[in-house]
Ligand binder design. Structure first.
Ligand SMILES: C[S@@+](CC[C@H](N)C(=O)[O-])C[C@H]1O[C@@H](n2cnc3c(N)ncnc32)[C@H](O)[C@@H]1O
Length: 210
């Protein structure tokens, strides 16, 4: 076991409530792309507990070492090593990829589910726009996009602490919280099917291809 893995207490706190939603929503799906896998804690937990799915991690390169450390310690046959995906820089990857010595090799299958947690308020506007557009354009019929995190609902923050954190994010050069209507406007081919209240003033948005 590697003792210096990245650790997020928030992931430990939210992984069970998120898993309960994924178990309910991703019943018939096969290939999940996780955008912004972060520490990798979500990926190892969800892959181990959703064995019918293939879980594909992605993030910007500097997160890969930590994600790989978690995968080394908690491997699952259905859990795949991270590949580089930075929205607004990289081309969208449409389906399962294999990493080989010469780079990425794509298969003919497509991701029929996308998961992303706590990324919408971190990304800059052009990046989150690119994410919403890419999912909208590429999710096949029957596909689902599960987007977890804090959001602005009908122009309002869901708590004072969320408003304060939004201000802090803007001060530090991050994109800040997004209104759900704004996200929907960038994803014309998606329909927001569910907006599930989650602990700590977070939401799980369940988008489906129209
Ligand atoms: C707050 S962390 C969340 C990590 C993890 N999903 C979680 O819930 O703990 C935000 C993540 O978004 C990723 N991210 C930020 N901008 C991105 C971009 N343009 N494309 C892809 N990922 C991005 C970061 O690298 C980081 O992993």
């Amino acid at each position: 076991m590697s003792g210096d893995k990245p650790f997020s207490q928030a992931c430990e706190n939210n992984k069970e409530p998120i898993l309960a939603e994924l178990k309910r929503v991703l019943v018939k799906h096969r290939h999940v792309l996780e955008v912004g896998s972060g520490s990798g804690q979500h990926a190892i937990h969800f892959a181990a507990n959703l064995p019918h799915l293939n879980w594909y991690c992605s993030d910007v390169e500097n997160y890969h070492h930590g994600i790989n450390q978690w995968i080394d310690d908690y491997p699952s046959a259905n859990l795949h090593r991270p590949f580089a995906l930075k929205l607004a820089r990289d081309e969208w990857v449409k389906g399962p990829v294999k990493l080989n010595t010469t780079g990425i090799e794509s298969s003919s299958e497509v991701f029929d589910a996308i998961f992303s947690a706590n990324t919408a308020h971190i990304m800059l506007e052009h990046e989150i726009k690119a994410l919403m557009h890419s999912v909208s354009d590429n999710l096949p019929s029957g596909g689902v996009f599960c987007q977890y995190g804090p959001f602005i609902v009908d122009g309002k923050f869901t708590s004072d602490s969320n408003r304060a954190f939004h201000e802090k994010l803007l001060d530090s050069g991050r994109g800040g919280y997004r209104d759900i209507d704004e996200l929907a406007g960038w994803a014309p081919k998606l329909v927001l099917h569910e907006k599930v209240d989650m602990p700590a003033n977070n939401l799980m948005l369940v988008w489906r291809s129209a």
